[in-house]
Write a protein that binds this ligand. Structure first.
Ligand code: ADP
Ligand code: MG
Length: 600
């Protein structure tokens, strides 16, 4: 038998490598924008069409390349950024592997025009799926323009694997934001299908944060700074009162590279101590400067973790600079920092009325009040439940055929006495024993099934809001919401686009009583980012979950007997009463036997 091992030809090897570096359009944007930064560009422009599927173009005014370098740059392990092994410990650039361009040309049709300032003419190169097409002299501006067409044209499996347009666009925007926040002195533009998403002039750090996340963040962040021999930390943290449950911005940069670090994150949250409540997170934008030899960036190109040599010490510095800044801020709450000219920039198109995204909330609102019936949703939850309710509440001998509805709960018609304990448990007799029901989780389950059932049966009823509410979201979140808008509408939201990164809500599903649009949208985006919505069913489930989570009664709310009765009855009319949609236990039963064991 002949030998069977072959060395793979370069174009196949590149395509395999590309699978790791280039997973989606956003990876192309990240790699190319980082290259532009590495090339010393002072302005970078990213144009995206069809969320990067059909075309991505990154233009910069960096140092450009010679014709020879241009040709070489597409080879694997071709890099100008390191040459000897020691360089690996002193990386100050984004790139150093020399993989990105080779990977991109392996899976797309690429044209690069590049010119150095000193050269009269530039060069243009075309490569399709690693196949060299042409290189010629050309007239072009100083810098580099790379156009990437039909990403994954030769890897159909990967092309299919891409998420919806809006999801991919959102990821592109996120990558762009990370570089934009790390390099405020670079002017940057991002467009999608010829529409501006960001048009950022040169900024200082604070201005850039505000330009990315909206002017409203500007007054609520305070500067932090600490200078030590180990590390220099600077940036901004959110005032404690603006910490939020879901939509906080938590960004770390080390030597201007975005990274994630759960341990440092924890340190920051801890440093706030009881200035923030346990379930909220503060905003922060922290920029670390540290000798490159003290961190390990030799990580997988698509990962965002960075290893630090002195983690424990850094945690101490983080804690102390956050505390110091919070302390200063308490002493001088009205201090105003350089806000610069961006304050004059309209946050949205001029023709749009300025509406605060704030939402009116009535914390005292009782979802059960103002209803003549005990159950505010007797119609809404279907016959099964309303009949059961009548039976339980009024203890009538109603239609005997309805008596033993198929509940996995045989004691539905026993008499109950309800107690509320610890502000969160409904306690009542259950057969011979006792049941403890977590009120918040139970109500979440009830609402979740109700929303889902309504959606699938097309029975949603929309109710006009007295005052339409405007919600402004981050640029990267906007396409995600657009994605799910049809589902929201089918669930009873009267909601539409309202200019740049904003939506207006005119109506909500009728059965929600205490609706907080901001919380709901934040919750929704959070789940979306975690799971992505693969299909309509998944979307309806996620929306129902977000609705249930934000509109259910909370722990700590004092309940009347009727309300406890309502929850008890409705819960056991659910298909899955035992767990919340997120998998947490809803109740706990202590049987007479177990009680006996304790006290006999
Ligand atoms: P790496 O960034 O890891 O070096 P890349 O494949 O991303 O690898 O790029 C290869 C080389 O091409 C870089 O080292 C750099 O010399 C050159 N290059 C890439 N993009 C640009 C650009 N926009 N301007 C100037 N040179 C560039
Ligand atoms: Mg690179």
């Amino acid at each position: 038998m002949s030998d069977i091992i072959k060395v793979l030809p370069d174009h196949i090897a590149n395509q395999i490598a590309a699978g790791e570096v280039i997973q989606r359009p956003a990876s192309v944007v990240k790699e190319l924008v980082e290259n532009s930064v590495d090339a010393g560009a002072r302005s970078i422009r990213v144009d995206v069409y069809d969320s990067g599927r059909s075309l991505l173009r990154i233009s910069d005014n960096g140092k450009g390349m010679s014709a020879t370098d241009a040709r070489l740059s597409f080879e694997r392990h071709a890099t100008s950024k390191i040459s000897v092994a020691e360089d690996l410990f002193a990386i100050t650039s984004f790139g150093f592997r020399g993989e990105a361009l080779a990977s991109i040309v392996a899976v797309a049709q690429v044209e690069m025009k590049t010119k150095r300032e000193a050269d009269k003419t530039g060069t243009v190169i075309e490569i399709n799926g690693s196949e060299f097409i042409r290189q010629e002299e050309t007239m072009c501006p100083d810098g580099t323009i790379i156009t990437v067409r039909n990403l994954f044209f030769n890897v159909p499996a990967r092309r299919k694997f891409l998420k919806s347009d809006n999801t991919e666009l959102s990821r592109i925007i996120e990558e762009f934001q990370h570089v934009a926040l790390a390099y405020p002195e670079i002017s940057m533009i991002l467009t999608s299908n010829d529409r501006d998403i960001y048009n950022l002039p040169k900024h200082n750090m604070r201005q850039r944060i505000a330009a990315i996340y909206g002017k409203s963040i500007e007054p609520v962040i305070i500067p932090v700074r600490i200078d030590t021999t180990v590390i220099q930390i600077e940036g901004f943290i959110g005032k404690p009162e603006t910490a939020s449950k879901k939509n906080s911005h938590n960004l770390f940069f080390v030597n201007r590279r975005y990274f994630k670090h759960p341990f440092f994150y924890k340190a920051i949250v801890n440093a706030y101590g009881n200035l923030i409540s346990q379930d909220t997170r503060p905003d922060f934008f922290l920029y670390f400067t540290i000798p490159p030899s003290a961190i390990d960036v030799n990580i997988h190109p698509t990962k965002t973790e960075v290893k630090f040599e002195n983690e424990q010490i850094i945690v101490k510095y983080i804690t102390s600079c956050v505390r110091e800044s919070l302390g200063k801020n308490n002493l001088m709450p009205s201090i105003d920092f350089d806000s610069g000219s961006f304050l004059d920039m309209p946050p949205r198109p001029k023709d749009m009325p300025v509406t605060m995204p704030g939402i009116k909330v009535d914390p005292e609102f009782n979802p059960f009040k103002n209803d003549n019936t005990i159950n505010p949703r007797s119609e809404s939850f279907g016959d099964k439940l309303s009949k059961l309710k009548l039976q339980t509440f009024q203890d009538t001998e109603s239609d005997p055929g309805q008596k033993n509805i198929d509940l996995d709960f045989s004691a539905a018609d026993e008499k109950h006495i309800f107690y509320q304990a610890a502000g969160r448990y409904i306690i009542t007799n259950h057969g011979q024993g006792i049941i403890y029901i977590n009120q918040q989780r139970a109500h979440m389950r009830i609402l979740y099934e109700d929303f889902l059932q309504k959606e699938s049966s097309g029975n949603t009823v929309s109710e006009k809001l007295l005052f339409p509410e405007t919600i402004t979201v981050d640029a990267n979140e906007f396409p995600l919401l657009l994605n799910i808008l049809p589902v929201l509408v089918s669930m009873g939201f009267d909601m539409s686009e309202f200019g740049k990164n904003a939506f207006v809500i005119h109506g909500k599903p009728a059965q929600i009583r205490n609706f907080n649009a901001a919380d709901f949208i934040a919750e929704l985006l959070d789940s979306y980012k975690e799971t992505g919505f693969s299909n309509e069913k998944a979307s309806a489930e996620t929306v129902s979950l977000a609705l249930a989570q934000t509109s259910c009664i909370k722990e700590g709310k004092v309940l009347t007997t009727e309300e406890m009765q309502y929850i008890y009855t409705s819960l056991f009319a659910c298909a899955q009463p035992s767990f919340t949609p997120t998998g947490k236990s809803v109740f706990f039963v202590m049987t007479a036997d177990e009680i006996d064991k304790k006290i006999r």
